[in-house]
Design a protein around this ligand. Structure first.
Ligand code: ADP
Ligand code: MG
Length: 680
């Protein structure tokens, strides 16, 4: 049995109860434990003199016990043990709770290493319940793992140690020998041992580099394989260009960039044996929806169905309404399919799709379900593609016979990452906004100016305009906190500043139907001020809204702020974005300053990348790639090497069909199997 099939309960001391905590960390098997790499290391060799300890930081201190241990009982019958230790530079107090063995473990006059978080105040320097070891023996690095409530680092360290001891004598290395040799990589067994329990910093770095390389290589190969499949000949033929007659019916003239985008698509769908595989990148508000509608019309007139997938119900609903208007008076039949529809509605809709009674199907993930079957899907479009996993995009395309694929994105991707994410996707950039847009004014204010900002919003509303206010950000995974904080915050505004104004609230925990209702009322201006979480980030289009105020602006990535700002300035009214933050740190000033200085999405993305590094650029999972365990994209050298290696391997074994590549194929499958469940 492989270690990846052996349940974690096989390790000593892990019963059902603990196993459920391990599962929260994604560790189900002994193999998963081995792949659960430490977040950091405590280096017992790296000690700090007591006089240099700063408040709130974690340290290793080498010091001698300078007082006997004094034990007292405190409230609740708890035992408190206190002692002092000192080195040449000062002394520090240690406190332990409920450990009656302290006096026998720490001997007066002996020297130890103590590790823990330090508090420094007017009572002196103190560590509470530090870990400790004899001064002479403690020289190794110990792993620090990400934890969950109820699991201590100690338990994980023990589990990792035991799991590693179960590794077979000889491990099959998925990396072929020539690759190891060429890129000077250590063998897998060495890497696994030393990523958890490094002999020293050098060993840890060798282990890391090898594991990062392997992960990037696996990712590269997986992406390349997926793409080569999408290059098979298409069965969908679209010889006639029908886009002209559609564009004529639009209430506006397409911009030059929009026209070029449409022309690119038409030529892809007409002139090549392989399906279109195109990305349209355009800043928020650049008019990607109209381009996509033209492509859908073209598809339908050539005798095929088109599918248009959006990441949220709100957006799908909105696209449906936009399309219904645009196609009014044509024979094109448009269908909406979302998860919140009743089972009966969904069934009927799916029947029409399967019988070919619908031409354009707009929907959410519901489109991907097995039960959605198209009669003849000719073109599969995904909006805001960074919200979807690679596998999901492929799945939509699999509902036709190599249909044409179009993806729309408002997130500019730096070139280094683009190569992995899009590879040989053809790219059209819409670098022009529709005419008549007025530049959005962006202001960055401290919280003491909030009242004035609220007053400004009132004035705008009095003039007939509308506003968004984005709630203070609650960390992801805090569950009901989002709901509470959004509700509390809205209540504060409704009872306070906006007592006499129609205020609505929109957050992710609401039912889809409720969200739709609120958005619909906002669109009709029955709600003047919409208090919302970042669910309004994507795509919503209300032309009358002129103010976007964002609380705790420092907590959002620049790309998110830019998306949020894109919700206003969509009509003919002068619009404003107000960033509220009390954080006066240098990086906040720089980041929010950038927002005030420019409205250019590409420039903002560049700055975001510079300031946060590529690892954070997309947030955790906005790039549509599988979740990586150890690699990120900041190590450009390893990235380039892994790309070169992937090309080499595919050259000697196209499709990796060769038997020696079996372990590597298994790795790819394993990596990409995580895509779907990590994507929302
Ligand atoms: P995005 O690229 O962010 O998806 P949309 O497609 O939602 O942008 O378009 C933003 C707004 O601009 C919509 O209200 C749309 O009707 C309008 N629009 C699109 N193209 C043009 C154009 N060429 N001229 C005027 N308005 C346009
Ligand atoms: Mg859009």
């Amino acid at each position: 049995m492989s270690l990846y099939e052996m349940p974690i309960t096989k390790l000593s001391g892990i019963g059902e109860k603990r196993a459920s905590l391990f599962r929260k960390l994604g560790i189900n098997t002994v193999g998963d434990m081995i792949s659960y790499y430490p977040r950091a290391y405590d280096n017992w060799a790296c000690t700090t003199p007591i006089c240099e300890l700063a408040d709130g930081e974690r340290y290793v201190v080498r010091a001698r016990v300078s007082t006997p241990v004094s034990s007292t009982r405190i409230s609740g019958g708890r035992l408190l043990a206190k002692l002092s230790v000192s080195d040449e530079t000062g002394s520090m107090n240690l406190v332990f709770f409920n450990n009656k063995y302290i006096s026998s473990m720490l001997r007066y006059g002996e020297e130890y290493r103590f590790m823990g978080r330090v508090t420094r105040d007017r009572f002196g320097v103190q560590m509470t319940s530090p870990e400790f070891a004899a001064a002479a023996t403690a020289d190794a690095m110990t792993p620090v793992y990400n934890l969950t409530a109820g699991l201590t680092n100690r338990v994980l360290v023990k589990a990792a140690k035991e799991a590693l001891s179960m590794l077979p004598e000889v491990i099959k290395d998925p990396l072929p020998y020539d690759i190891l040799h060429r890129y000077d990589l250590c063998p897998l067994s060495y890497a696994l041992t030393n990523i958890h329990f490094p002999l020293d910093v050098g060993a840890m770095e060798r282990a890391r580099r090898r594991l990062i390389f392997e992960e990037l290589l696996t990712l590269n190969l997986g992406m390349r394989l997926m793409k080569s499949r999408s290059r098979e000949d298409t069965a969908v033929h679209m010889p006639t260009d029908y886009t002209g007659e559609f564009i004529k019916t639009l209430p506006f003239e397409l911009t030059g960039a929009q026209k070029r985008a449409v022309a690119d698509c038409v030529s892809d769908m007409r002139d090549k044996p392989s399906p279109m595989n195109r990305l349209i990148q355009g800043d928020v508000g650049s008019g990607k929806t109209a381009v996509c509608a033209a492509v859908c019309y073209h598809t339908v007139k050539n005798g095929y169905q088109a599918a248009f997938m959006a990441p949220t119900e709100i957006l799908a609903q909105q696209h449906f309404e936009t399309f219904s208007k645009m196609f009014d008076g044509t024979a094109v039949r448009i269908e909406l399919l979302t998860g919140s529809m009743t089972a009966a509605e969904k069934r009927k809709t799916r029947e029409r799709i399967e019988n070919g009674e619908s031409d354009i199907v707009i929907g959410t993930h519901a489109l991907l379900s097995e039960s959605t079957v198209f009669l003849n899907l000719g073109c599969a479009i995904t909006d805001e593609q960074h919200r979807f996993g690679v596998a999901q995009r492929a799945k939509l395309a699999s509902k036709g016979e190599h249909p044409h694929v179009l993806v729309l994105s408002a997130t500019p991707i730096p070139r280094t990452l683009g190569l992995i994410i899009y590879g040989d996707l053809d790219i059209t950039i819409i670098d022009e906004l529709p005419p008549g847009r007025t530049e959005i004014d962006t202001l960055y204010i401290h919280e003491d100016k909030r009242d004035r900002a609220l007053g400004f919003i009132k004035k705008q509303v009095d003039e007939g305009r509308q506003a968004y206010i984005v709630c203070p950000l609650v960390e992801e995974g805090e569950g009901d906190m989002e709901l509470h904080s959004a509700n509390d915050y809205a209540a504060e505004l409704m009872l306070g500043a906006f007592r006499d104004y129609p205020v609505g609230i929109l957050h992710g925990k609401m039912k889809a139907k409720e969200k739709e209702e609120v958005m619909a009322r906002f669109a009709k201006n029955e709600i003047a001020i919409l208090v919302a979480t970042t669910v309004v980030e994507v795509g919503v289009d209300v032309k009358n809204a002129t103010v976007m105020m964002i609380e705790n602006a420092e907590r959002f990535g620049l790309s998110t702020l830019h998306q949020l700002r894109g919700r206003v300035g969509r009509g003919r009214y002068k619009s404003y974005c107000i960033l509220v933050s009390d954080n006066r740190g240098e990086s906040t000033e720089l980041r929010l300053g950038t927002m005030c200085r420019t409205n250019n999405g590409f420039e903002i993305a560049d700055m975001d990348l510079k300031l946060r590094g590529p690892g954070d650029f997309f947030g955790n999972r906005q790039h549509g790639l599988p979740q990586l365990a150890i690699a990120d994209f900041s190590d450009t050298e390893t990235l380039a090497q892994s790309q070169e290696a992937a090309e080499y391997l595919l050259k000697i074994s196209p499709d990796l069909g060769n038997d020696a590549m079996r372990p590597l194929r298994a790795k790819i499958r394993q990596l990409f199997s995580t895509t779907e469940n990590t994507m929302n």
